[in-house]
Design a binder for this molecule. Sequence first.
Ligand code: BGC
Length: 509
Amino acid sequence: MPAVITSHGGHVPEHDGKITFYVILCVIISAFGGLLFGYDIGISGGVTAMDDFLIKFFPAVYEKKKLVHEDNYCKYDNEYLQMFTSSLYIAALIASFAASKVCSKFGRRTTLQIGSFFFVIGVALQAGGVNLAMVVLGRIILGFGVGFGNQAVPLFLSELAPAKLRGALNICFQLFITIGILIAGIINYFTSNIHPHGWRISLGLAGVPAMILLVGSFAICETPTSLIERNQIDQGKDTLRRIRGTNNIAAEFDSIVAASEAARQVKNPFRKLMRPSSRPPLVIAIVLQVFQQFTGINAIMFYAPVLFQTVGFGSNAALLSTVITGLVNVFSTLVSIYTVDKAGRRVLLLEACVQMFITQTVIGMLLLLHLKPTGSLGSTEAMVVVVLVCVYVMGFAWSWGPLGWLIPSETFPLETRTAGFACAVSSNMLCTFIIAQAFLSMLCHMKAGIFFFFAAWILVMGLFTLFLLPETKGVPVDSMAERVWKQHWFWKRYMIDDDENDSDKVVEG
Ligand code: BGC
C-alpha cells in the first residue's frame, strides 16, 4: 500500500480519505476565521476614504483632501489614519504568541472560540464608535481575534483534512481571506453612498461572519491530533472515526499517537526551534512571510481605493476598481489550489516574481512620467494602471499569498509546529503592520518610487527562491530532513544531529 502523510507528518497506509459532510462543515465554519481576516484587510481602505468617516474621526485629513491643489501623493498621509489601519496587526502579532500557547494547551477549537469572541466585541466597538479611541480599541480587539484565528485555522484545517487533500484544504484558508477582501470591497462600494453612517454599516457587517464563527465554533470538533497530544486518547479516537466516517482508522490513529509521543518528549518547543536543525524551516517560514508582505500586496489591498483616487479616479470608480481587483484575487487563488501539487511550489513562486516585477516596474514608470503632484492621469493611463494592478494581484494570488501560509505549515515537525507557526504568523503581522503604518508616508515621500522599491524586493525574493528555497511538493513532512534539508547545497550544513545532548528533551524514568 502506498504511504501518505498525516496532518502531523507520520506515515500511514493510504486509506479511503473520503471527505465527510461533517468535515466540510468544520472546514467552512473554521475558514470564516480567514474570511474575517480578509474582511478587515479589505474594509479599512474604503472606510478611510469615506468623507463621513474622515469628518468624524480625522477632520484634519478631510480638510487636506478637500484642497483641490493638494499634492496627489500626499493627500491621505496622516499618522493617525495609518494608526487606525495598522493597530490591528500589532495587536495580532502580540496575540499570536499567546494563541500558540492556548493552541497547544487547550486545543485548536478553544483558540478559535476565543478568537471569535474577540471578533464579536471588536466589531461592536467599531460599529458603535463615538470617538477615535473607541474605534481604535475596537480594531485592536479585532487584532486579537486575527492573532488567535490565524494561529488556529491553518493548523485546524491541516489536521482535520484527510492526508491527500491537505494542501487543497489548507489553501481554503487563503481562499476565504480573498473572499473576505472581495465582500468588503463590494460592501464599501454600496455603503459609500449612504450618509452619514455608511462607514458604520461597513464596519458593523463584519458582525455577521463573526457571529457565524462564534456559534459555529461550538458545532465543530477538536482535531484528533490535538486531543491525543493532550492525552484525551479516547475522545481523539472517537473524533477520528467521526470525521473519517469509518471504523477503519487504526493505522492513522497509531501514527498520531506515535507522533504525539515524540512531540511530548520536547519540553520547550521554542528552545528546540533555536537549535541548528530547526533553522531551515524556521528561516524559510519567517523569510517567506516577510517577502509575502514586501511584494507590496497590502499597499494595494488596504489602500487600493486611495491609490486609484491618486491616479485620478473619482471615489466611486476607485471603489469599483477595488471590487475588480478583489474578483481577480479570488479567482486566481483557485488556480493555485489546482496547480500547487502538480506544478510545485517553486514554479509558482518564480513565475509570479517575474510577473509582479514587471507590473510594479511599469506602474512606477507610468506614474513617474505621467502623474505630477497635481492633476491626474489621462483616462487611458489610469485604465492601464488598473489592468497592471490586476495582473500583479493575479501573480500574488496564485503564489506568495497561499504559499506563504502553506509552506510554513508543512515544513515543521509536530514537536515545533505550533511554536514555529506562531513565528510565521507574527512575522506576517509585523510586516503587515510596517506596510500599513508606512505606506501612505512612503507614497508621499517616495512618490512613484514606491513601486520601484517593491520591485527591488521582488527581485531579491526571486533570487532567494531560485537558490535557497527547495521544492517541498509531495515530500512527506517527516521525510523533510532526509529528503530536502540534508540534500540541499546550503541548508545541509545545519542538519547536524543535535539529538545527543538535546537538553530540550524530557529525561525519562
Ligand atoms: C496575506 C494578506 C493579504 C492577502 C491578499 C494573504 O495571504 O497574508 O496580507 O492581504 O493574502 O489576498
